[in-house]
Write a protein that binds this ligand. Sequence first.
Ligand code: NAD
Length: 294
Amino acid sequence: MIIGYIGLGNMGGPMCRNIIKGGNEVVVFDLNPAAVQQCVEIGGKAGASLAETVAQADIIMTSLPMPTDVEAVALGPGGILENAKDGAIYVDLSTNSPTVVKRIAAALAEKGVKMLDAPVSGGVAGAEAATIAIMIGGDRQAFQSCLPVFESFGKKIVHTGELGSGSVAKLVNNMLAFCNMTAAAEAMMLGAAAGIDHDTLSEVINNSSGASFAYRTMNHKVKKGDWSPNFAINLANKDMRLALQLAEELDVPMNIAPQVKAVFHAARSMGWGGDDVTALMRVYETTMRRSVRD
Ligand code: NAD
């Protein structure tokens, strides 16, 4: 069985390398040759083009930034619709819109290709350690066929139901995580402005009811003043946009999430879209003209 893997970035790269290390035959494709090389060095095969990568694959996987990137690779020229084998399974690991997922799946179904939406959670560290969660929507038989591959790069693997439900689970999770993260930034700045030492405050919070995964993640990066991207603000902004779109479609009132989205929008406007999501702290630091560590 051949896996065609497209999109070898911060998440896609380590996930793909774990699939290769699991003993699978993998053909890889990315616009960045250095990312391809890293997979070739451990036994992956470089695809000559997107079309050639797709054409030989029994399972095609993508991990791409935006829904428009996924749609271009799936339905655009030289992509999956044009080149996939009859009976191939397409797995999108990107964080995508459930509406876009369903549109792509409908087009591919006419060619005998089944699609699963399988977004992941656990960050770059989790992708490297093969401990990420994978939430998968779509045909159960296709899910079972791909399960050994999922097990080679993930730990908590959940079939969430019908196609699109993986994306829904992911967007709900990320909306919650980013609301928590923004609250953590606000709390840190309030503490700093009130004069409490940053490390003392974090010792208290980490042993109290305010602690969270989001707080710990934020604290780790803020402490080092390190905004290098594990998960870019641009991607987090996309997740908030897609979650709010879903809420709009379903007429669910959102009170907190739109304000958090505005913080991400501000960070992007200040030119930090490529920085790590924890750099949202800089919106507060710039407003207050001080660091939380001073
Ligand atoms: P990234 O920007 O680091 O990587 C994207 C990769 O796709 C790049 O290597 C780029 O060259 C490649 N690419 C883009 N367009 C392409 C095309 N047309 N053909 C071939 N290659 C193409 O992004 P990432 O952080 O790895 O995220 C990938 C997906 O995973 C996103 O949907 C993101 O929301 C999701 N995600 C990311 C994280 C994280 O912590 N970074 C966590 C969970 C989910």
